[in-house]
Every structure is written in C-alpha cells, then in structure tokens.
Design a protein around this ligand. Structure first.
Ligand code: GLU
Length: 518
C-alpha cells in the first residue's frame, strides 16, 4: 500500500537556526505539500550539554515569519507526540532493550579515561568487531557480572553491534546508490545510562519509525550517518517502512572554498540566520534576515534555488508555484555557492511587487529614528521617486559596488535632502556646477520662483522652462547649479520633484543659503 508522505524537520535546539537549516525545512515543506503529505516539527534535544535556552522558540518564530507551515509537532500538536525527544525517554528505553535482547547491541562499561588510554596505545583505534573483545563490555563479561555492576550503580553505555565486511547501500534520491562497507563503522553509542537518554542516532531512527516518516530530507552533513541508520532499521526489523533518503548539497562560501559560515556573512554583509539572535551566554547579537529588511517570500525563493532549479530560467516563484515545480531529482549533488548578491536582487523583485504604500511603515520607522516626522503620503512620494536609484556598497577589500535599491533602508542615505537642507556642498560638484554666471542665474531664478503660485512639478516646469528659453540660458547651467543649492551635491531625481516636495519657502531658503556659502 502507498504510504502517505510524511517528512520531518528535526533541529537540535543548540542555537539560532542556520540558513542551511531553513533551506532543509523549506525543501521538506515543498516536498510534503506537493505530495499532499505532512510536515512534522520534531525537537532533537537529547544532548543536554548543547541545549541553548530560547533556541526552540526562535526556530518556531522563524518559520512563522517565513510562512513555512508545519502540520504537526512541537507547538503544533498531532497524534504522534510527544514531539520533543527529551519527553520520550521511556519510549527509547523500550527500543534499546529490544536491541539488547536480540543481541544487536551490548552494554559497555569502559570509562572515558580507559577509552583515551586505548586511543593513545592503538593508532586509529575504533570500537568495533576487531577491538570490542578487548574491552570491558557485556560481550567479555558474564551476565552476572554485568548485572552486579549495574546494580552497584556503575555507569554504562549501550553500543550498536555492527557486523563487519558488509556493503551497506543507502538509496539516496539525490545521490543514487551510496555504498559504504560496514567495517569502517564503529560500534556507535546508542544510549547512556548517565542521563538515561539515547544518542541522536537511536532517537532519530525510533522517532522516524514511530512518526511514520516516509522521506528523510536533510543536509549532506548527515550522509555519513545514513549507513548506520540503514543498519539500525534492519536491526529493528523495520526495513519495509524504511524512509527514502535525500541528502541535500552544502551551502558554500560566496567566495573561496568551504562551507558557508557566520564569518562570511559578517565580512560580506549578509545574515546567516533568519531572525536576529541574541546569544543568551555571550550577549552577542547576530543579524537576521527579518531585521535586515528582507521579505520572507524573497528569502524562501532565494534559498529554494540554492541547490535546486526547476529547469529553464524561471527564477521568481511563489511558495505555491515552488510546491508545484519542486523535484528532488533536480537537486544538485554539488554544493551551492551562497550568492548573497542574488539575495539582494530577489528582495528588490519582491519589494517591487508591493505598492509603495507597503514600504511606508518601515521607511517611516527609519525617518523617525532620524528625528523626522512626515506624512505617509509624502513618504510614499519620496519612495516612488527614489526606488529605482542605484546605491553603492562597500566590499571587504574596500572596493565599492553598485546595486539597485533592494531594501527600504537603502533609500535613506539617498534621500536625506528631501528632509534636511544641505549643511555642506560637495567639492567636486561645486567645481563642475558652480560657474561664473551661477550666482546671477540663481538670483534670477529665485525671482521667477517667487512669482509662481502653483508650485507643483508641472506648475514650476512651465514657467521655469519658458524663462530659460526666453533668456537663451543653457538648461544644464541652470539645473546643475540649482541642484547644488537644494541638494548639496549632484544627485537626486528631477529638480522640480525636489522643489515641489520641499515647497517654495524651503526652496528659496536653500538657494539663499547656497548663495551665501558659495
Ligand atoms: N537533529 C539533527 C539536526 O540537528 C537532525 C538530522 C536529521 O534530519 O536526521 O539537524
């Protein structure tokens, strides 16, 4: 019988969710929705040493922001719970017992010091079929001795007994048939008496089985664990319902080689976390996509294409479109370079899909932080005038690159002059724009402007153009000097847009100040 597709995203709450984890969750979401299946949110918190307070809540909030919806799991409910592994101790104990009873696992008493001594003594020591009989475990002790030690409170672990010399096949939907010989695997610890908790491997397999997971879609870093997981399924007799695996390609540094890291983001100026993260231990704050002004739709679209593409050159897709088009078979085996500049592009595209009115609240926040109060309507005007401008941004090597406005916050440095009179005049622009006749021209222009009642763009344009023509002035001479007066440098939209926005009085005031200063 065809099983209903069920996939899971199973983070460990060890800190903020990395952007690679977001992509993994997104692919699971796309796959689940495409097949009318379920997406489960499971918290793998069996390693209490690595637990970080707030991480679970952070992860849930991230997905809420991104619009990635889970069908069941921690905070979502469902009938396969509990979904937090720390609440499933008793369940794991039953399954550990099962492996012990059928001889697929054994109890080992070796202390960390003994293991260290062994490693020091034997090069490349591995706890496996070749060494397990030299160690202190239930294979080398009588049942009575084992029982007596446990009764006396000695700590132990349970290890998986791996049979050597077998080719283990992992049938991966992205990588095909991955074969690993069992001899290279060690007898992994599945359970520790010290905290009465299973390790990741056991809990992961038991839960995938009990939660009826059909496909395990996860990062490439878990591929080395997959043969062990296959062997565990078999040891439990669950091979008929073993999930299909798909190991996703790594996210790579934008420049150079290796895995994408937070340092890359800090250096090049992009976040590697969905939301801002306040580290509870160090107090450090790491930037997030949300707080950096990215739209969640843009982040999803951008991430989806790092490791997958629908073929052709289709790039802009809504979540629903991606659900239709997604295909694990079209995921790349090779790592995907984290092209953060493309992320800027995506954000711009999604921003442009929104009317400028939607940009206003954030723009307003920025203005208020600068001590400027302005009506929504006027803010929308500025946004419309400036949203197609280009900004410069610095690279780590000091060089400067240009890009289109991609964030609402990009607007501010370009549009100060709408709200504040220039306090200085850019030297280069002065050299170019302030000519011998500029003073005379600006004085005359002030007279012309004073006489204009309709100070709208059109109202000014008619009168000023007629005046320029009648006097045989050069358009550039007038406009460049005028821009210098109102803006202080050679940038900005059309002159009438600026003067109409700041109004007649302010226009004349700025011209007067310029005439004094220049
Ligand atoms: N807890 C693992 C993680 O943090 C889950 C790996 C898996 O999906 O099997 O990513």
């Amino acid at each position: 019988m065809e099983r209903k597709v069920r996939v899971r995203f199973a983070p460990s709450p060890t800190g903020p969710l990395h952007i690679g984890g977001v992509r993994t969750a997104l692919y699971n979401y796309l796959f689940a929705k495409q097949h009318g299946g379920d997406l489960i949110f499971r918290i793998e918190d069996t390693d209490s040493n690595r637990f970080v307070p707030g991480a679970e809540e952070y992860i849930i909030e991230s997905f809420k922001w991104l619009g990635i919806k889970f069908d069941e799991g921690v905070s979502f409910g469902g009938d396969h719970g509990p979904y937090r592994q720390s609440e499933r101790r008793e369940i794991y104990k039953t399954y550990v017992r099962q492996l012990l009873d059928n001889g697929r696992a054994y109890i080992a008493f070796d202390t960390p010091e003994e293991l260290d001594a062994k490693r020091a003594e034997t090069e490349n020591f591995q706890y496996d079929a070749t060494t397990r009989l030299q160690m202190r475990n239930s294979l080398t002790m009588t049942a009575e001795e084992v029982e007596a030690r446990i009764a006396a409170g000695e700590q132990y672990v349970v290890r998986f007994r791996i049979e050597p010399g077998e080719d283990v096949h992992v049938d991966d939907l992205i990588r095909g048939d991955v074969v690993i010989n069992s001899s290279i695997l060690d007898d992994k610890v599945l359970y520790k008496s010290a905290d009465e908790l299973p390790t990741y491997h056991l809990a992961n397999i038991v839960d995938d089985h009990l939660m009826e997971v059909t496909h395990v879609i996860r990062g490439e870093e878990w591929l080395p664990s997959a043969p062990l997981h296959v062997l565990l399924y078999r040891a439990f007799g669950w091979e008929d319902t073993m999930p299909r695996f798909a190991h996703l390609p790594l996210l790579l540094k934008p420049v150079g080689n290796g895995k994408l890291s937070k340092r890359d983001g800090d250096k090049l100026g992009f976040p590697v976390f969905p939301l801002e993260w306040h580290d509870p231990a160090s107090g450090n704050v790491s930037r997030g996509y949300r707080e950096s002004g990215y739209l969640p739709e843009a982040v999803c679209n951008f991430l989806a294409l790092l490791g997958w593409n629908p073929g052709g050159d289709k790039e802009l897709m809504t979540l629903d479109e991606m659900v239709q088009l997604f295909d694990l078979a079209h995921c790349s085996k090779n790592g995907a370079k984290f092209d953060y500049v493309k992320g800027f592009w995506f954000n711009r595209e999604y921003l442009l899909r929104h009317p400028v009115e939607d940009w206003v609240p954030e723009f307003d926040r920025i203005l208020r932080a600068e001590g400027i109060e302005c009506s929504a309507e006027r803010e929308a005007t500025v946004i419309s005038l400036m949203k197609d401008k280009v900004i410069e941004y610095a690279q780590p090597d000091g060089s400067v690159k240009k890009r289109n406005i991609s964030f609402v916050a990009d607007l501010w440095p370009l549009c100060r002059f709408f709200f504040e009179a220039p306090t200085a005049y850019d030297e280069k622009t002065v050299k170019k724009a302030w000519r011998e006749n500029s003073r005379e021209l600006m004085t005359a222009l002030m007279d012309v402007l004073r006489g204009i009642d309709d100070f709208s763009v059109e109202g000014q344009e008619q009168v000023v153009h007629a005046w320029i023509e009648a006097n045989g002035y050069k358009m550039g001479d007038v406009m460049n000097a005028w821009r210098l007066c109102l803006v202080g440098e050679g940038k900005g939209p059309g002159m009438y847009d600026i003067s109409a926005f700041i109004g007649k009085e302010e226009t004349l005031r700025r011209m007067e100040s310029a005439l004094k200063a220049l």
